[in-house]
Design a protein around this ligand. Structure first.
Ligand SMILES: CC(C)(COP(=O)(O)OP(=O)(O)OC[C@H]1O[C@@H](n2cnc3c(N)ncnc32)[C@H](O)[C@@H]1OP(=O)(O)O)[C@@H](O)C(=O)NCCC(=O)NCCS
Length: 326
């Protein structure tokens, strides 16, 4: 049994932080950030709110779009690397906040920027096996809480947000054709947080070394992102015996404008067929694809019958692609 997205939703914090705002606290400039990344501004979550608040709002929005009540959801799969607490899963808090069916399943998937596609693949498998009929798939991040505000090489890149979709069984020709998931743990330290886990529990000394924050080898991630996102996209097309000419829209992970351009070039698909919103939100990791999808659906950019190619790469390194007939 194939699955289909029957509703999309999103939630973005109200507070906008522009590049000019960052110029006040960091040795950086609007020109550098725009030229190297394409980001103009990002959203930052209010301090009294947590990841599950954003996720529940996006989930509610997706349920509304799908025409269902949250209590009809029988499974929540949530991609994040910024959970409310180390455990339990943020999905459990979202289930409670949404009033989704108690007794249904709820858990998190940790695959960084590929988290939404990993979660989508897992949810699709559940629907395919008939385990669940209404699965809420969420990508959500509050990256502002894990990025070092003093580190200009990462602080300018990321933002907060949430996107969600409701998946349901589909008998017809539309729906999710495939998901392809990949990882290479050789590069696990290319993008990671060194402290706070069992390997290096947080201590006063570790906090002094700022080990609670993201560390990134930007160049390495950049090269892998271009190569692997393009390769994953090609694998998705080949597996479905489709070609780049069949693709109406590519929805790439919104990491960096230059990465998107390089992927477009490798795939030989015009940039005008790429959905890009990273100028407004920065890199929201696992939230980036469902936010972009939800905006494209609501604006009418995506039409019935369109073939959508989704690709992402992030920490792990983990990367993935999905092909959807809308
Ligand atoms: C991070 C990234 C934008 C840096 O761009 P880059 O062109 O590789 O720049 P470099 O890291 O070589 O740095 C170039 C210079 O700019 C400086 N710089 C870095 N961040 C800066 C900032 N925010 N403002 C101003 N200067 C900055 C560097 O210190 C360096 O200075 P130096 O030449 O004096 O040493 C780029 O590597 C990238 O996008 N990587 C992928 C990151 C990503 O998408 N991660 C998430 C994936 S899910």
């Amino acid at each position: 049994m194939r699955s289909r997205i029957i509703g999309t939703g999103r939630a973005l914090p109200e507070r906008v932080v522009t590049n000019h705002d960052l110029e006040r606290t960091l040795d950086t400039s609007d020109a550098w950030i725009r030229e190297r990344t394409g980001v103009r501004e990002r959203r930052i979550l209010a301090p009294e709110l947590a990841t599950s608040d954003l996720a529940a709002e996006a989930g509610r929005d997706a349920c509304r779009a799908a025409g269902i009540e949250p209590k009809q959801i029988d499974c929540i799969v949530l991609g994040t690397v910024t959970p409310d607490v180390p455990f339990p899963a943020t999905a459990a808090y979202v289930q409670r906040k949404l009033g989704a069916r108690a007794g249904g399943a709820a858990f998190d998937v940790s695959a960084a920027c590929a988290g939404f596609l990993y979660a989508l693949g897992v949810a699709d498998g559940f629907i395919g096996r008939g385990m669940f009929r209404r699965v809420l798939v969420i990508g959500v991040e509050v990256l502002s809480r894990i990025v070092d505000p003093m580190d200009r090489s990462t602080a300018v890149l990321f933002g907060d947000g949430a996107g969600a979709v409701v998946l349901a069984p589909e008998e017809g020709p539309r729906g999710l054709f495939s998901t392809h998931l990949f990882a290479d743990g050789e590069y696990a330290d290319s993008l990671h947080i060194p402290g706070g886990g069992t390997k290096a529990p947080l201590s006063a000394a570790a906090l002094e070394r700022r080990e609670q924050f993201v560390r990134m080898n930007g160049r390495e991630v950049y090269q892998h992102a271009v190569r692997n996102m393009a390769a994953a996209a090609q694998i998705a097309l080949q597996a479905n015996q489709l070609s780049r000419a069949d693709v109406a829209w590519v929805i790439p992970h919104q990491a960096n404008r230059r990465i998107v351009e390089a992927v477009a070039e490798r795939l030989d698909i015009g940039l005008e067929r790429f959905i890009v919103n990273l100028d407004r939100y920065g890199n929201t990791s696992s939230a980036s694809l469902p936010i972009a999808l939800s905006e494209a659906v609501d604006s009418g950019q995506v039409s019935d019958g369109d073939l959508l190619l989704l690709v992402a790469l992030g920490g792990g390194l983990a990367w993935a692609s999905a092909l959807i007939r809308w």
